[in-house]
Design a protein around this ligand. Structure first.
Ligand code: P1T
Length: 379
C-alpha cells in the first residue's frame, strides 16, 4: 500500500462487534479472562490496549517497519531506548539536538555511568574517531532542532553496522512522510508524535519503530515494566490526526518554501536555515534522503540583541509564540530561552543556537496571511 492509504487504513479494521469504521476508544484498564491466561491477547492496558495497538501498527506501517510502540511522550520513548544501556556504555550523538534530549542525556543518564559524545555529524566520518568497544548507541536527529543540519543517514548506518552499534534516528522534524530512516539502514526510528504525526497540538506522545524483533521485544519489556504508555483517548486522537498526515505535510512543505524564500531576501534577516536551499550545507543529502524539505525554518536576526529579538518574537499576530512544532497552526519559538534553555550557552552557541535565533514552525494557514504577519513582525 502507498503512504496515503496506509495513513488512513493501516492497523485499522471496522470494529468486529458493531462495524464502527473508526477504531473505538477502548477506555478500559483491564480485560476479562475465562480462566487464568485464557484471554484474547489483552490482559492489562499498561502493556496492551486495542486503540493504542491500532495506532502503533499504523505508525509502524508509515515507517516501513514491522513493529511500533507508542509512549506517553517523545521523552518517554527516548528514555526507553537509553534504558537498553548499562553503566560504562557510550553514546555518540549530534551537537545540535532538542534541548530535552540533551538534558536527559547529560542530567539523567550520565548519572547512571553512561558517557555521551556530542559531535558535529555533518561529516559522519568523524564518528570513526570517537567510536570504541564501549560505544553501544548512535543517536541522530536529522534535520536537527533547531539549526536544520542534515546528517547522512545511510553513511551513519554503514558505520554503525560495521561497528555493531545500534543506530536510532529521531525523525520528528521530517515526519515519516518526508523520510524513512529504516529504509536507509537505521535500526530504530523515534518520533515525538506530539508534532507532525499528531498534527493538531492536542496530544503529547512518542513512538519507536523497528524491524528487529529482538529489539522490539527488549523495548516492549521496558515499555511494560516502566509503564510510560499512553491512554486510549490520546491514541484515538492521534489515529484521527494521522489520517491527514500526507495532506498536512504537502501544505507544510509548500508554505515552508514560500516563507523560506521570503525571509531569505528580507533586510532584517542575517541567515535562514532551511534544507531546501541549494546553498544549505548538505542540501544534496537532504535531496537524496528526504522527499521534500518540510515546514521548519530557523532565522538569525541581523544586529538584534536579546531585547530586540524578544520584541519581534512577541509581535506576531498569526504565528503564536510557543514551544512545540508540527501542528496545523504556525508557531514561533526562541530556542535559547525556551526549548533549548537547558543547554549551557557555550555548548548551544557552538551549534549556532544564538540569542538572536528564532525558530518557525510554518503551519497550514493561508500563505498570504503568514507572509503578511512576518512582514509586520519584522518591521
Ligand atoms: O515533547 P515530547 O513529545 O516529549 O518530544 C521530545 C522531542 C524529541 N525530539 C525532538 C526532535 C523534539 O523536537 C522533541 C520536542 N520538541 C519540542 C517540544 C520543541 O519545541 O522543540
Amino acid at each position: 500500500m502507498k503512504f496515503a492509504t496506509k495513513a488512513i487504513h493501516a492497523g485499522q479494521h471496522p470494529d468486529p462487534a458493531t462495524g464502527a469504521v473508526m477504531t473505538p476508544v477502548y477506555q478500559t484498564s483491564t480485560y476479562a479472562q475465562k480462566s487464568p491466561g485464557d484471554h484474547k491477547g489483552y490482559e492489562y492496558s499498561r502493556g496492551t490496549n486495542p486503540t493504542r495497538k491500532a495506532l502503533e501498527d499504523c505508525m509502524a506501517a508509515l515507517e516501513n517497519a514491522k513493529f511500533g510502540l507508542a509512549f506517553a511522550s517523545g521523552m518517554a520513548a527516548t528514555d526507553a531506548v537509553l534504558k537498553l544501556l548499562k553503566p560504562g556504555d557510550e553514546v555518540i550523538t549530534g551537537n545540535d539536538l532538542y534541548g530535552g534530549s540533551y538534558r536527559i542525556f547529560t542530567k539523567v543518564f550520565a548519572n547512571y555511568g553512561i558517557k555521551f559524545h556530542f559531535l558535529n555529524l555533518s561529516d559522519p566520518e568523524i564518528i570513526r574517531h570517537h567510536i570504541s568497544e564501549k560505544t553501544r548507541l548512535i543517536w541522530i536527529e536529522t534535520p536537527t532542532n533547531p539549526t536544520m543540519q542534515v546528517i547522512d543517514i545511510r553513511a551513519v548506518a554503514a558505520i554503525a553496522k560495521a561497528e555493531n552499534v545500534l543506530l536510532t534516528v529521531d525523525n520528528t522534524f521530517a515526519s515519516p512522510y518526508l523520510q524513512n530512516p529504516i529504509d536507509l539502514g537505521a535500526d530504530l526510528v523515534m518520533h515525538s508524535v506530539t508534532k507532525y504525526i499528531g498534527g493538531h497540538s492536542d496530544v503529547v506522545m512518542g513512538a519507536l519503530m523497528t524491524n528487529n524483533e529482538q529489539l522490539y521485544k527488549d523495548l516492549w519489556f521496558i515499555y511494560n515494566s516502566c509503564g510510560a504508555t499512553p491512554g486510549p483517548m490520546d491514541s484515538f486522537l492521534v489515529l484521527r490526526g494521522i489520517k491527514t498526515l500526507h495532506l498536512r505535510m504537502q501544505a507544510h512543505c509548500a508554505n515552508g518554501r514560500r516563507v523560506a524564500e521570503f525571509l531569505q531576501n528580507h533586510p532584517r534577516i542575517e541567515k535562514v536555515y532551511w534544507p531546501g536551499f541549494e546553498h544549505h550545507p548538505n542540501h544534496h543529502i537532504a535531496k537524496a534522503q528526504m522527499r521534500d524539505f518540510g515546514g521548519m525554518i530557523s532565522i538569525v536576526l541581523k544586529n538584534a540583541g536579546l531585547q530586540e529579538t524578544f520584541k519581534i518574537a512577541s509581535s506576531f499576530k498569526v504565528f503564536t509564540l510557543a514551544e512545540s512544532l508540527g501542528g496545523v497552526e504556525s508557531l514561533v519559538n526562541h530556542p535559547a530561552t525556551m526549548t533549548h534553555a537547558s543547554i549551557p550557552r557555550e555548548e548551544r552557541e557552538k551549534a549556532g543556537v544564538v540569542d538572536n535565533l528564532l525558530r518557525l514552525s510554518v503551519g497550514v494557514e493561508d500563505i498570504d496571511d503568514l507572509l503578511a504577519d512576518l512582514e509586520q513582525a519584522l518591521n
